[in-house]
Design a protein around this ligand. Structure first.
Ligand code: C2E
Ligand code: CA
Ligand code: CA
Length: 403
């Protein structure tokens, strides 16, 4: 059993280090960063895991000593990593006690400044208990970090009681789906639904999702289908000491797979855009011709490059740019927006429902074409993904075939 004085002695002898567990983008298939996880390396070669000393440290105030001791190590490791890949992000775990006064937040900002690191290369993972039990002081010490550009990630999402409430009241940029729920996802429809709706909700809120504890190829493929964009877990790699993590990054492995779930998101985004526009336009069309409300419309982004589908098309969607249905999507999508703009301008000029109806029909027609292309793309992607999956299974059952 680890005692407080063991921990103090370990700190004095500088026996703690960080291991790094890779996170992979499901869009590019590349390593995008890591979570720093503390390890206690005893002189006799024994490795003590955080579960054996972090809970005790959190009950006492020792966690603050640990965090303060470790943070400078994190920064120097991060400097090395950014020299290898300047897009890399590293997250670290913090507890409520770290933020009970402003010393730690100040140290974080200071160190990042001195090292000339971009704030967005650093993320803080907080569990819900930090936000719930922390109170105002903790909040007022955490917020400056987020304002400076350090992203806040909600750890163990799906474990707590009121995650949604906490999400709405704190500026989280990332949620980390708890490994328990990812572990149950393939056997329990309820867990799968929770994963899918969490991914969807985060997408709506502009929050990114990391699924943690991904342990199998099945889970990996399922997450591709849900539209989750980042994963972490033994399936990719266990946490590694810095040198091995660097070697891992340098190996430049690409995880294969098709981010099929993002096509589904694009479908939903497009439908939502259309509904929002049609609902606004028809609401205004029944008002008196000269109503000032007609010119104060609350419409979604009007350009076919700025709506969510457009952002996806010119961003992550480019993954599919060699596919015919993808290429054929751009024109009807821009035509659709062009009709949308005409509708908005007509309603602003006093048009009534009757005169708008032909354009509303035209809008639906373009929308159907857009949806048809997206669905074709989704179907092709599903077929490819499952045949790649079958090949993988055949290969892993008969690995000798390749030798
Ligand atoms: P966590 O923040 O939820 O970290 C994820 C844990 O899941 C890590 O355990 C990681 O090694 C493990 N893990 C990753 N992928 C898989 C997987 O595919 N399957 C399974 N079964 N597990 C996986 P670890 O490193 O033992 O850390 C345990 C906990 O200790 C962390 O949970 C975190 O709450 C805490 N912790 C770790 N490092 C620090 C630290 O530097 N400071 C603080 N305050 N807490 C830390
Ligand atoms: Ca964590
Ligand atoms: Ca976690």
């Amino acid at each position: 059993m680890v005692t407080e004085s063991d921990i103090i002695e370990g700190l004095e002898k500088d026996e703690f280090t960080f291991f790094y567990q890779p996170k992979v983008s499901l869009i590019t298939g590349k390593v995008i960063g890591a979570e720093a996880l503390i390890r206690w390396l005893k002189p006799d070669g024994q490795m003590v895991m955080p579960d054996e000393f972090i809970p005790l440290a959190e009950q006492t105030r020792l966690i603050r000593e640990i965090t303060r001791h470790m943070f400078p190590k994190l920064i120097s490791d991060l400097l090395v990593l950014l020299d290898i890949d300047d897009q890399m992000t590293v997250s670290f775990n913090a507890s409520a006690k770290d933020f009970e006064d402003d010393a730690f937040a100040k140290m974080v900002l200071d160190r990042v400044n001195v090292a000339q690191l971009p704030y967005n290369s650093l993320q803080v993972e907080l569990t819900e208990t930090v936000t719930l039990d922390g109170g105002e002081v903790v909040r007022s010490n955490i917020l400056p970090l987020s304002e400076a550009g350090v992203s806040l990630a909600m750890d163990d999402f799906g474990m707590g009681y009121s995650s949604l409430d906490t999400l709405s009241r704190w500026p989280f940029k990332i949620i980390k789906l708890d490994k328990g729920i990812i572990g149950r996802m393939m056997d329990s429809d309820k867990s799968a639904t929770i994963v899918e709706s969490s991914v969807r909700m985060a997408h709506e809120l502009g929050i990114s999702v990391v699924a943690e504890g991904v342990e199998s190829n099945e889970q990996y493929h399922h997450l591709l289908e849900t539209g989750c964009t980042k994963i972490q877990g033994y399936w990719i790699s266990k946490p590694l000491p810095l040198d091995r993590f660097i070697a891992f990054v340098e190996a430049d492995i690409r995880w294969s797979g098709i981010p099929i779930g993002l096509i589904h998101m694009a479908i939903m985004d497009h439908v939502q855009w259309r509904k929002q526009l049609v609902s606004e336009v028809t609401k205004l069309a029944v008002l008196p011709k000269d109503s000032p409300r007609r010119t104060h419309q609350t419409v979604p982004p009007m350009s076919c490059r700025e709506c969510r589908l457009g952002l996806w098309y010119h961003g992550a969607g480019q993954h599919f740019n060699e596919r015919k249905s993808f290429q054929e999507l751009e024109k009807p999508h821009c035509d659709f927006h062009e009709v949308g703009m005409r509708l908005v301008s007509m309603v602003g000029n006093g048009a009534d429902l009757e005169s708008l109806t032909p354009l509303l029909r035209e809008l639906s027609e373009h929308s159907m074409t857009v949806l048809g292309k997206l669905q074709a793309l989704e179907n092709e992607g599903l077929i490819d993904m499952h045949s790649a999956h079958e090949e993988w299974i055949a290969h892993s059952l008969h690995p000798e075939r390749e030798r």
